[in-house]
Design a protein around this ligand. Structure first.
Ligand code: SF4
Ligand code: SF4
Length: 143
């Protein structure tokens, strides 16, 4: 644990009776939760974000992810979300985005977006603002 890290949110467990040490969980976790030590899979639950990729790749259904948020002292303004957001932004210098919708119960607006090319002119007024591209990469993650 480094100084200032956020409390553990998820506990990752591997059932030793089921695990066959194939290492697929290690290969497929992008968050550095797993490492191999003395021919055994070791776990750092603190890095887990509960994406469940390792679970999808485990051939023996040996992995269990349990939500385990440690409590903060309750405060009407400094809620868990606010504190963790401030911490993460300070630590990374980035705003954390949710890839599959917002983690909060906000209305989904992506399905209702209207893109209106109302400022397109020829010749363009601001060429840097006009190109638009939507790219979806499909395929296997390189090993
Ligand atoms: S993928 Fe499953 S069986 Fe393979 S090492 Fe990880 S926990 Fe064990
Ligand atoms: S759930 Fe995601 S982040 Fe957590 S150990 Fe599995 S692959 Fe890594």
């Amino acid at each position: 644990m480094s100084i200032g890290s956020t409390p553990l949110k998820f506990r990752v467990k591997i059932d030793p009776e089921r695990c066959m040490n194939c290492g697929r969980c290690l290969e497929n976790c992008s968050y550095g939760v797993y490492r191999m030590e003395d021919d055994k899979i070791r776990i750092n639950s603190r890095n887990c974000v509960a994406c469940h990729r390792c679970i999808a790749f485990c051939p023996r259904d040996a992995i269990e992810i349990e939500e385990k948020p440690n409590d903060y002292r309750s405060h009407p303004v400094w809620t868990r979300d606010v504190r963790e957001s401030v911490f993460n932004q300070a630590k990374t210098g980035k705003i954390i985005l949710s890839g599959m919708g917002n983690a909060k119960p906000y209305p989904v607006i992506f399905d209702h977006l209207v893109l209106d090319a109302c400022q397109v002119t020829n010749p363009s007024i601001d060429p840097l603002r006009e190109p638009m591209e939507l790219r979806t990469d499909i395929g296997k993650k390189p090993s």
